[in-house]
Structure formats: C-alpha cells, structure tokens
Design a protein around this ligand. Structure first.
Ligand SMILES: [Zn+2]
Ligand SMILES: [Zn+2]
Length: 386
C-alpha cells in the first residue's frame, strides 16, 4: 500500500458525501465550505468567495518562484438522479451527473498528499471553481483576478471521461473541446388570413427556407477542413389552421474550434437571416450569444501532461477534440496549460456524462490523485520525495 492508497477510502467517502448533497451553479456553499475546511486543516492558505463561491488553497514550499494551478469544478446539474445508489442525491432536481464530485475528491486527495510530504519547490494553487455547467464560473474567477492574485506558470484540469477505459489518460495539443454558441432568430411580419397569402408575408415558409439556408453555412461557406456544427433545435410559430402568424422564432447552437470560423458562422448567419427575411417581406432579428470559447491546450503543457500521465497510467494522445464545451477555456485564455481527460469507463460500459444513471467511478480516484501529484512534481521539481 502506498500512502495515496490510504487516501482512497476517505476520499471515496468524501466524494459520495458531496454526491448526496449536490449544489447547482454558484450555490456551492456547502461544498465550498467543506473544501475550505479540509484545506485549512492541511495548513494551506485558503481564500474563499472568488467568483462568488470559488475557493483557492495555496501550498508553498521551498524558495522557487515557480507555480502551478490545478482546477476542479464543484457544481451539479439540474437533473433528477436515477441511479438508486445508497449515496444518490438527496436534493430533487440536482445531481452530480458530470462527476465534479469526483474532481473535487481527487484534487483534495492531492492536497492531502502534497501538504503531508511537501516534496516540491514552489507554489501549488488548488483552484475549486463554481458553475462550470453553462454559467461560466471560471470566467468569473478570472475576471476577479484569479491569476493576478495566484499567479500560475501552468494550469491543468482533469475531467473524468466515460468513453475512455479506466486507467487511460488522454489529452492533445490545440483544441480539445469546442466553443459553444447559442442563436435566436426572430422573423416578423404582420400576420393575416391563411387563405389570402398574397396579402401576408409568410413567416412559416420563410422560416423553413431559413433552416435549410442555415445548414448551408457549414457545408457551403466554411472550408471543408475546418470543423463546426450548426444545429437548429427549436422552431416556434403559429397557433391554428387558418392564420399566417406574424412571427416565427428559430433557435439552435453552433460548435466550433477556431475563433475565425466562429466569427464567419455568425457573420453568415446574420447575412442569411437578413436575406431570407428580405426576400419574404419580413424583418429578421438575430441574437447570437457566445457562451464558452474553444478549450485550446498549449503544446508544451499538453506534452508535459502526457509525460506525467505515462508515469501513473496509460497516456494517450487524443486524435480528435470533443464538440462539447468547457469553461476551463477561460483559464486557458489567461494562462498556459492543458485540459486532460481521465478515463473512467467500466468494462461493462458506463452511462455517458449528463445521463441520469451516470455515477463517477471511484476506481479512478487513486489515478487522479497520482496524476495531480505527478504534474506538481514534474513542474516544481522533486526535493526529496518520500
Ligand atoms: Zn458537464
Ligand atoms: Zn463536467
């Protein structure tokens, strides 16, 4: 048994306790207080309420000015859990369906180990962020001066990944997760009798044209070697058989990796919407909202992560990015670093992230703790590891 093995049982308990008491974006008060208490008990310098409910624990050792940041997200999802597990959520409509409970436990486990051994030279910033699930907790922490107050030469984040087998750790240079944008398009006319279309611009027909034109953007206006997805997810308008409605709305999402491609899609969407509306005698209003930018790994940091990963598990250079989004992107815009997938798939299959039957696989807690520790030792040297 190594000392990290001894941490697995208490960290499993802690993980399941967080799981049973999930908290949604920016409401992670119990979770944050528990984290702050653990870090204080370990002797770390603890800072709370950064980005509303975020917590940073600072562990310094030796004299080096080098520093590293490690991030775990803390928030749950607004889903009703259906696992039936003994540690299932006790809060209706709130559920750790993305494994952030496991991320907190792995990072606290690493804090336990590093605080006890102090076998590094420099500063480790343990960053616990709120509101990853669509509410931009990382953006708020960065805006509140996260990296000015706690400078990091490197920043890393682990995310459990059910599609990869437990024990495999994957990352890649460049884009690893997509940018996620939302759009709402409103077509407006004046409405009228369905039997007299000559008098009334038809917003329904124009919306149908617009949906097909929107799908031309990625296939015809974006270079085939670029990657992007545009999906129309809702179309709404009209009430009854004999009325041409005065308005129809369309909404959907755009995912991409390259900011230039993202700009081009938004520009094309505005052009196409105006063109279709004008042809039909309608007006178009386009609301295009950029939620999270693409998560772009630094090449040096990705290679460092793979090197550290190879010391604790099976390191894999991921061939492709995922089109899902991650607000660690905001931290990577401000600091050199990498986002890392930690395989947690079980041999008999694992429900995907955000599924009501998902549960973090506690079998990977040890490898996650070891990976954090390996990243610290690699970046901050190793002054007498025990
Ligand atoms: Zn998620
Ligand atoms: Zn997540």
């Amino acid at each position: 048994m190594t000392e990290i093995d001894d941490l697995i049982q208490p960290m499993t308990q802690l993980r399941r306790d967080i799981h049973a008491h999930p908290e949604l974006a920016f409401c992670e008060r119990r979770t944050a207080a528990m984290i702050a208490g653990e870090l204080r008990a370990l002797g770390l310098d603890v800072h709370e309420a950064i980005g509303r409910t975020g917590v940073v624990g600072v562990l310094r050792n030796g004299s080096s000015k080098r520093s590293i940041g490690l991030r775990a997200d803390m928030d749950a999802l607004p889903i009703d859990e259906q696992t039936g597990l003994p540690w299932a959520s006790t809060v209706p409509g709130s559920f750790h369906g993305c494994g952030h409970d496991g991320h907190v436990a792995m990072l606290l486990g690493a804090a336990h180990h590093l605080a006890r051994h102090r076998d590094f030279d420099g500063t480790v910033n343990f960053i616990f962020q709120p509101a990853e699930e669509g509410h931009g907790g990382a953006r708020e922490m960065v805006a509140e001066g996260l990296f000015d107050r706690f400078p990091c030469d490197r920043i890393f984040a682990l995310h459990n990944w059910p599609d990869l087998p437990a024990g495999t750790i994957a990352t890649r240079t460049g884009p690893i997760m997509g940018a996620a944008d939302w759009f709402d398009i409103h077509l407006e006319g004046r409405g009228g009798h369905a039997a007299m279309p000559q008098d009334t611009p038809d917003a329904i027909l124009a919306a149908a044209h617009l949906v097909t034109q929107l799908h031309n953007i990625v296939s015809r206006r974006i270079a085939p070697v670029a990657q992007a997805v545009l999906s129309v997810t809702r179309i709404q308008g009209g009430h009854t058989h004999n009325v041409l409605p005065d308005r129809v709305s369309i909404k959907g999402t755009v995912r991409s990796f390259d900011p230039a491609v993202q700009d081009q899609i938004e520009t094309e969407m505005r052009r196409v919407a105006q063109g279709v509306a004008m042809a039909a005698g309608l007006t178009a209003t386009v609301h295009y909202q950029r939620n999270y930018p693409a998560t772009i790994n630094d090449a040096d940091a990705a290679n460092e992560a793979l090197k550290a990963a190879a010391t604790v598990g099976t390191a894999l250079e991921a061939p492709d990015p995922a089109l899902t989004a991650e607000d660690f992107a905001f931290m990577l815009q401000a600091c050199k670093g990498a986002y890392i997938w930690l395989g947690q798939g079980r041999p008999d299959g694992s429900p995907p992230l955000h599924n009501p039957r998902y549960d973090f696989n506690d079998d990977v807690l040890g490898i996650g703790i070891r990976l954090h520790v390996a990243l610290v030792r690699q970046w901050l040297g190793d002054v007498g590891a025990s």
